[in-house]
Design a protein around this ligand. Structure first.
Ligand code: N01
Length: 549
């Protein structure tokens, strides 16, 4: 590997003629993935430049500042494990950390590890082109930067390309519009207002109870009801914190070997092998415990429809028992997809909110949304007059942020062309035809199915080990073979098709974006098993990759 060069140095790339800023690696994105990648590259003595579109670091946690934004993975799990001093010293205040607290953590990391000096904010990478002659990536930004890098590492996040559907009349609305994923940095005061929220995914489900307490009236526009479990958030139990910190290494190890990147009590039995009473007890125990982990109540909830139906029915009974108006309760019942095949939402008082006098649920299935008007939202049935509209309408997930960049690999071929029928990748880390380019938590890896922190650290460590190996073996490029990529894609599909996941029209499959190819994108084979596969591939001299000197 070449000696690290100063990020600002003007030198020639290997065998090429490109001049400009030269670094060993460009990292795109300064969220948890980009920050840890930078830290690891520094550890290897490599120079790196991080470009971040936001005005601050933190990725998801920088952008998603909507009321009630907090993580659905518990704080003791949703944190970096790479530094024991850090994990011992940092004190989370709640069972689930709020967005402001996570952002404080991110800022602390940047200062503690002196990361800021290599991060350029408010800079969007617009193009990354592989120069075959020089075997280097040429990266361009919307601020006019031109950087030559040996490695291009995409830390662009899975849910970073926000979408507002093209509602007719969108621009005509006379009131104020908000987007959960681009929330203003100053306080939004809805006091006395008539507010509408469009969407009922995780973001909406977290924000609706809080917005409802502020407003004169709230109208929730729901197209598809979701399954949501109570968070049962509260102050972090000091005894739990003490126990975890007493052996944090073991706690982390269990998470790494688990199915989803954090440990929940898993039941090896079939839901259909036990009595209705036993099932009820198991479900009730998990409901009372709160949070994610419901899908682990029985071994076959995600593989057998009849088993899943028992859990789904448990949720529906809870909704009926909570929501006083029977018609509203009925409209809130999720029936379109098996429980857990879209990420289960985690809420505080979501269903209870529909018992408030100032909250109205509009079921867009029975009265489709026709247009946004100057005064509000027009459905087939009526016009809802509003002062503000909150769009909680989701993301062009997993591929959106990558495809927004003009990425060109060998022969100038674009990633957009390559992925025209859906993403193809080896391990969700590397793409055939795109040498020395890595995607952290890319499509084809557990990513969004897991605790993102565990998956991010695993990918970053794997990439750092790979670069270290390349240096030791005096290798210059790494590129996955098409054959290895094909067989991984087939494996990802095979594993998904053995589950109920593909039955949901979810953002996991691209179904939320009109025209997006339908392909199940994350890898559902389990975080522990996936890690083992990645490690074995590395141990077999990077099987499936072609490495050249
Ligand atoms: O987005 P979503 P999100 N007309 O795509 C609706 C993570 N996350 O931001 O289901 C009307 O889930 C859409 O309806 P439908 C988490 O992984 C985590 O809420 O397509 N409605 C849906 O109701 C999560 O899964 C946390 O029929 C339209 C909503 O908008 C992921 O982010 C918190 C519409 C979009 O829901 C995404 O969550 C927040 C249209 N044309 C997010 N188009 C935590 O850690 C879309 N919708 C807790």
């Amino acid at each position: 590997m070449h000696q690290p060069q100063h990020p600002g140095a003007h030198v020639r790339g290997r065998g090429g003629s490109s001049t400009g800023h030269v670094v060993d690696a460009v990292i795109v994105g300064a969220g948890f993935a980009g920050l840890y990648m930078l830290h690891c590259l520094r550890g290897l003595g490599l120079s790196a430049r991080v470009f971040e579109a936001g005005g601050g670091i933190g990725g998801t946690w920088y952008w998603n500042r909507y009321p009630g934004a907090r993580c659905d993975v518990e704080s003791m799990d949703y944190s970096y494990s790479f530094c024991d001093e850090l994990q011992q010293e940092w004190r989370w205040t709640e069972r689930y950390a709020s967005q402001p607290e996570i952002l404080r953590y991110v800022e602390h990391i940047a200062d503690r590890f002196d990361l800021r000096r290599d991060i350029q904010l408010e800079t969007r990478v617009t193009a990354a082109r592989f120069d075959e002659r020089a075997s280097r990536w040429q990266i361009e930004t919307d601020r006019g930067d031109q950087v030559s890098a040996r490695f291009c590492i995409m830390a662009t996040g899975c849910l970073s390309s926000a979408q507002i559907p093209a509602f007719p009349g969108l621009e005509s609305f006379a009131g104020t519009t908000y987007q959960t994923s681009h929330w203003p940095h100053s306080e939004v005061d809805f006091t006395g207002q008539r507010v509408g929220v469009i969407g009922t995914g995780s973001s909406a489900i977290q924000s609706i109870p809080i917005i409802a307490r502020q407003v004169a009236s709230l109208v929730v526009f729901q197209r598809t009801p979701n399954f949501s479990a109570p968070a049962r958030n509260g102050a972090l139990d000091p005894e739990f914190e003490r126990r975890v910190k007493a052996d944090y290494a073991a706690f982390r190890q269990q998470a790494r070997e688990s199915r989803v990147g954090f440990v929940v009590p898993a039941n090896a039995e079939s839901a259909l092998a036990v009595s209705a009473e036993v099932r009820q007890r198991e479900y009730e125990m998990r409901w009372q415990r709160g949070g994610l982990g419901f899908a682990a109540a029985f071994a076959d909830l995600l593989t057998r429809q009849e088993a899943n139906d028992t859990a789904a029915e448990f949720f529906r009974a809870k909704i009926r028992a909570t929501v006083r108006d029977a018609a509203v309760a009925e409209a809130l019942l999720p029936k379109d997809f098996p429980l857990g095949t879209k990420r289960i939402c985690v809420d505080t008082d979501y269903y209870e909110t529909f018992n408030r006098d100032n909250v109205t649920l509009v079921d867009l299935r029975s009265e489709p949304l026709e247009a946004i008007t100057p005064r509000g939202v027009q459905t087939e049935a009526t016009e809802y007059e509003l002062d503000s509209i909150v769009f909680a309408t989701g993301f062009d997930a997993m591929t959106g942020a990558l495809l927004n960049i003009d990425i060109r690999g060998r022969g100038g071929s674009t990633l957009g062309d390559k992925w025209v029928d859906g993403p193809r990748s080896y391990l969700g880390i590397a793409i055939a035809g795109f040498p020395n380019l890595f995607t952290i938590t890319g499509p084809g890896s557990p990513s969004v199915i897991s605790n993102m922190m565990v998956s991010i650290e695993q990918h970053v460590d794997w990439i750092a080990d790979c670069l270290s190996h390349m240096r030791e073996a005096n290798l210059y490029t790494i590129e996955v073979t098409t054959q290895a990529e094909d067989s991984w894609v087939a494996h990802v599909n095979e594993v998904a098709n053995a589950t109920l996941y593909p039955l949901a029209k979810s953002w996991y499959t691209g179904a939320n974006i009109p025209g997006k190819p339908r392909i199940f994108m994350p890898y559902v084979g389990g975080v522990g098993a996936y890690r083992k596969t990645c490690d074995e591939i590395a141990a077999k001299n990077y099987e499936g990759f072609k490495l050249t000197g």
